[in-house]
Design a protein around this ligand. Sequence first.
Ligand SMILES: Nc1ncnc2c1ncn2[C@@H]1O[C@H](COP(=O)(O)OP(=O)(O)O)[C@@H](O)[C@H]1O
Ligand SMILES: [Mg+2]
Length: 378
Amino acid sequence: MMEENKRIVKDLVQLSEYALSGSEADIRLFLARLVRDYRDEYPKLSKLVSDLLKKQYRSSRSYIREMSDAEPVSIAYADPVEHEKPVCLNGPVCCSGRIEPILTDDLKRQFTSLISEHQMKDRLYQAGLKPACTMIFVGEPGVGKTMSANWLSRELGLPLYTIDIAAVVSSFLGQTGNNLKAALDYAKQQSMVLLLDEIDALAKKRSDDTDVGEFKRVVAVLLHEIEHWPSESILIAATNHPKLVDPALWRRFDCELHFSLPSGDAVERAIQEFLAEDYRVFSEYTEIIKLMVEHSSYSDIERLMLRFRRALAVGSMTPLEIVTQAIPVEHNRTRRLSYAKQLLKTSKLSQHRISVLTGVSRDTLRKYKAQQRWEVND
Ligand SMILES: Nc1ncnc2c1ncn2[C@@H]1O[C@H](COP(=O)(O)OP(=O)(O)O)[C@@H](O)[C@H]1O
Ligand SMILES: [Mg+2]
C-alpha cells in the first residue's frame, strides 16, 4: 500500500506540474498513460479519466492529423482506450480530384519503383527482402513534397497521416521523445503513409545547449522507429533544410527523393495545369509568364495563375492587361529588357505602352526592333 501511495503521489505531483505549465498536449499524454497504468487496480478512476479525455477531445489539438480533404477522421493519440485496441479508422481516405504532382523524370522513376515494390511485396518477402518503406523528401517549400506524399498514399491505397512536429516538441525536458514515440506507436497500428513534415524542426533543437539530452533522445527514438518501421506502412520525413538533419538519421532512410524548383518544360506544364481551362486565353503570353515565374516554386506559380484566372472571371481586364499588370517592378535592367522584348514580340502594344510598363526607354525599344528586323532580313 505504501508503494501504491508513493506512486499516486508522484503521479499527482507530475500532473500538477504539467497542469501549471499549461501544456495541454503534455497533460493529455500523461493522463493517457494514467488511464493505462491504473486500469487494473483502479478501473473506475481509469474509466473516468478516459471518458474525460474523450469528451474533451474535440477542443484539443491532436498530434496526428488526417490529411485528406475527405471527411475528417477523428483520432487523437490521447484517446487511450482506442490506443490500446487495434483502431479501425473512420473510412480510408478517399481519392479526391486533385491532380498528380508534376515530377522530374528522375522522381517519377523513383516513385514508380517504390509503388511496384509495394504492389509486389510478396515477391520481395519470398526473396527475403522488404519494400523500401522509409524515405526522406528534400526540397524547398512549395515544390510538391506534401502533395507527393498525398498522391503516393492514393496510389498505394493507404490513408495519409501526418505528425505535426511542432506540436510534438514539448517544453518539458524528456517529454518530446515520449510524445514522438507515442504518436509513432499509434501510427504503427495500421497500414498508412505517415508524413513527418519538417523533420529538421527536431534537429534544430540541437543548437540550444540545454537541449542536447532531449535532442539525443528524440534522435534515438527516430533511429529506432525508422529501423523497425513496418513494411506495410510508409514513413516519409520531409525537410526544407537538409543540412539540419542529423547525418546518422539521414543514413537510415531506405531512400531519399529530391524535389527541385520547376525548370524548362515543367514550368510550361505548371502554367498550363494551373491555368486549366483558361490556358488558351493566356497561351500567347506564355513566354512572358515564364519570365515572371523564373525561380519560383510550383505553389508560387499556382498562386499567380489563380490570380490571373480570378481577374479573367471578374471580366474587367483583357488577358494582356492582366498579365502586364503582374510584371514585377524590377530594378534589374536586363530583366526589364527581357520583358520588353517579349511584349514587343507577342503583344500589339505600342512601344510607348511597353516603355511605360517595363521602364525600358523607347529609344532602346526602337533600336531593338530595328535590329530584329535587320536579323530577320539577314
Ligand atoms: N510538383 C508539383 N506539381 C504540381 N503542383 C505542385 C507541385 N508542387 C507544389 N504544387 C502546388 O503547390 C501546393 C503546395 O505544395 P506542397 O506539396 O505542399 O509543397 P511542399 O510540401 O514541398 O512545401 C500544392 O498543393 C500544389 O497545388
Ligand atoms: Mg509540405
